[in-house]
Design a protein around this ligand. Sequence first.
Ligand SMILES: *[C@@H]1O[C@H](CO)[C@@H](O)[C@H](O)[C@H]1NC(C)=O
Ligand SMILES: *[C@@H]1O[C@H](CO)[C@@H](O)[C@H](O)[C@H]1NC(C)=O
Ligand SMILES: *[C@@H]1O[C@H](CO)[C@@H](O)[C@H](O)[C@H]1NC(C)=O
Ligand SMILES: *[C@@H]1O[C@H](CO)[C@@H](O)[C@H](O)[C@H]1NC(C)=O
Ligand SMILES: [Zn+2]
Length: 192
Amino acid sequence: MATNVSLQLFGALLLFLALQPSESLLNHGMFHLVCNHSSPDRSPKWNNLQLSYGLQFDSPPPAGLNFRQVIDAIDAAFKTWQPVLPRLVFRKVRGVGGGVNVLVYVNAGPLVPSDPFMKLVFVNVTVNWSTGLSPAGNQLDMQSAVVHEVGHVLGLGHSQSPDAVMYHVLDYGRIKRNLSQDDITGLQNLYG
Ligand SMILES: *[C@@H]1O[C@H](CO)[C@@H](O)[C@H](O)[C@H]1NC(C)=O
Ligand SMILES: *[C@@H]1O[C@H](CO)[C@@H](O)[C@H](O)[C@H]1NC(C)=O
Ligand SMILES: *[C@@H]1O[C@H](CO)[C@@H](O)[C@H](O)[C@H]1NC(C)=O
Ligand SMILES: *[C@@H]1O[C@H](CO)[C@@H](O)[C@H](O)[C@H]1NC(C)=O
Ligand SMILES: [Zn+2]
């Protein structure tokens, strides 16, 4: 199936979790995604854009990279989306027990979050990742992949524009860390 192949090419996956009623969520001190049934694509969106994220490593960093490089790439990816919406804030938290909105999980296989309200971004360490400015033709740029997954976390689907971060394919050897106008407009329309 084409979609699966494309997602696999990203090396990082977003595991979509069931949308939950807000009442239960408030007990967790977390915000949640709601489905806006009036929006044309019925995209889910957060009811509050002050979101927390945490990192969990259950594996050494991918071959050739150190922890710092991986952490910096992931942090930069979250920061990329913030300027688009003044009320969007990603706050990084230590510790990944309950209470984070987004958990970035670095390992060879994904995790089933113990908290059903958490969104999980899985970074597959067996992929040949790059964090520098010149990925080789067999490497994926980690920051570019995570920027894409964070777009999904925010509720965006795939773009038709090949230059968009939210395009369904990230080419090996390519850096696509900056948002295109299409990505920006998409997020503004979703939360406008
Ligand atoms: C839902 O989407 C519609 C159409 O895009 C928009 O006009 C409306 O403001 C959205 N509602 C909420 C609560 O975000
Ligand atoms: C992780 O990536 C490898 C290729 O590097 C792939 O074979 C494997 O299926 C991926 N694992 C998951 C859970 O996507
Ligand atoms: C990843 O790709 C680089 C550049 O082509 C190569 O030097 C390195 O051996 C590869 N690493 C792995 C684990 O395959
Ligand atoms: C991406 O944005 C950064 C920061 O604004 C900028 O320095 C860089 O030149 C941009 N890269 C591309 C390829 O546009
Ligand atoms: Zn995607």
